[in-house]
Design a protein around this ligand. Structure first.
Ligand code: IMP
Ligand code: MG
Length: 175
């Protein structure tokens, strides 16, 4: 038993998507300062590329959320195992997430951050698995949409592997 990887989005697709997202964000915020809240670990590569493409003033900070439930399904109970160091009150904040799946993780993070009274709070997700949504949450800036399927690469892991791959692949389980 093992798995094979099938390329879904290559390096050029990713560069183009990140550039498009950065342009949309820059257009919306002009020269206002933005705090990018990178959700560890999956969005570390995406965050660094996105930050590099942004023209205005940017602060980068990180948080890490742990959700409880089975491996394949998040319960929606999310706690922060690493919190931000930046006070986001009154700031323009964008949550940078790798994937929106059921939406539970992001909804929980969004609600936690909203309680800190940012000036604005937006969501930027690299991949949206819209068909799998279980709670109502929308990405304001979305790189790619896809149907069902488990993906890895470009920061995204399968049991901590494959984060270093420069492209995004679908994992196929071999019988
Ligand atoms: P949600 O709470 O169900 O939306 O879960 C979102 C999180 O689950 C993402 O931030 C990822 O960390 C993880 N996840 C969901 N789908 C995948 C996938 O296809 N590959 C790797 N991680 C995934
Ligand atoms: Mg994640």
């Amino acid at each position: 038993m093992g798995e094979t990887l099938q390329k879904l989005f290559d390096e050029q697709d990713i560069v183009a998507a990140v550039r498009r997202l950065a342009e949309a964000i820059s257009r919306d915020f002009d020269d206002q300062e933005i705090v990018l809240v990178s959700v560890l670990k999956g969005s570390f590569m995406f965050t660094s590329d996105l930050a590099r493409e942004m023209k205005g003033p940017v602060i980068v900070d990180f948080l890490r959320a742990a959700s409880y439930g089975s491996d394949t399904k998040t319960s929606g109970t999310v706690t922060l195992t690493k919190d931000l160091e930046t006070d986001i009150e009154g700031k323009n904040v964008i949550i940078v997430e790798d994937i929106i799946d059921s939406g539970r993780t992001l909804r929980s993070i969004r609600d936690m951050l909203l309680a800190r009274r940012p000036r604005s709070l937006k969501i930027c997700a690299l991949v949206d698995k819209r068909a799998r949504r279980e709670v109502e949450i929308e990405g304001d800036y979305v790189g790619f949409s896809m149907e069902d399927g488990f993906i890895v690469g470009y920061g995204i892991d399968y049991a901590e592997r494959y984060r270093n791959l420069p492209a995004i692949f679908v994992v196929k389980q071999e019988k």
